[in-house]
Design a protein around this ligand. Structure first.
Ligand code: MN
Length: 192
């Protein structure tokens, strides 16, 4: 079986970008797993949603970012697994490199699966979970709707807030606009 980070590494030149090369984490037993959402000013601004599972960060690019409104479904395009150390990455990926542009940690914390076997739920394309972050909390759902081509890591999913105390109508509160900055450094992406 290929190393889980082979696709991640193939796309990047670690002599030029400060992104981590990554080691495979060994901790599979903890039910407190990390999540991170990175705001990434690449060619198109997007939010990279990442959940720690089986020693890597399962990753989705969310073009419009998360919404606290349960009636709003946000497209989440699955991308290659990232190393767990990527959760702390903030900085500029140099011009000409894969994903060139600035990255900030928009939110981070821990997540818990609602399913007994989150790896099986992920494989089945329906992952229910709770987030404990600084900006995002409560129940969420990631639902796979479509596979693209033959590649396992390019499926389309939807990211949906569950109805609970942390839900807010989008018209009343846009968490992306209200809280645009890094939770690690306070950094803001220029003019975003
Ligand atoms: Mn990205």
């Amino acid at each position: 079986m290929a190393h889980p980070l082979s696709e991640y590494r193939r796309k990047r030149d670690f002599a030029r970008s400060a992104e981590p090369r990554g080691r495979r984490a060994l901790d599979k037993r903890s039910d407190e797993r990390r999540f991170v959402i990175q705001k990434h000013a690449a060619r198109q601004l997007h939010y990279d949603f990442r959940l720690e599972l089986d020693g890597t960060l399962k990753s989705w690019a969310v073009p419009k970012g998360p919404s606290l409104d349960p009636t709003i479904k946000r497209l989440a395009v699955q991308v290659e697994d990232h190393p767990v150390e990527y959760a702390e990455f903030e900085g500029r990926i140099p011009a000409g490199e894969y994903g060139a542009g600035e990255v900030i940690v928009w939110d981070c914390g821990t997540w818990q699966a609602e399913d007994e076997d989150p790896a099986a739920a992920y494989a089945a394309g329906k992952l229910k979970f709770r987030l404990r972050g600084e900006k995002l909390e409560g129940g969420w759902l990631l639902l796979r709707t479509r596979r693209l081509g033959g590649s396992a890591d390019q499926a389309q999913w939807l990211l949906i807030k569950e109805e609970d105390a942390a839900a807010r109508p989008q018209a009343d509160y846009d968490v992306l606009a209200e809280r645009p900055d890094s939770v690690l450094s306070g950094a803001r992406l220029d003019s975003r």
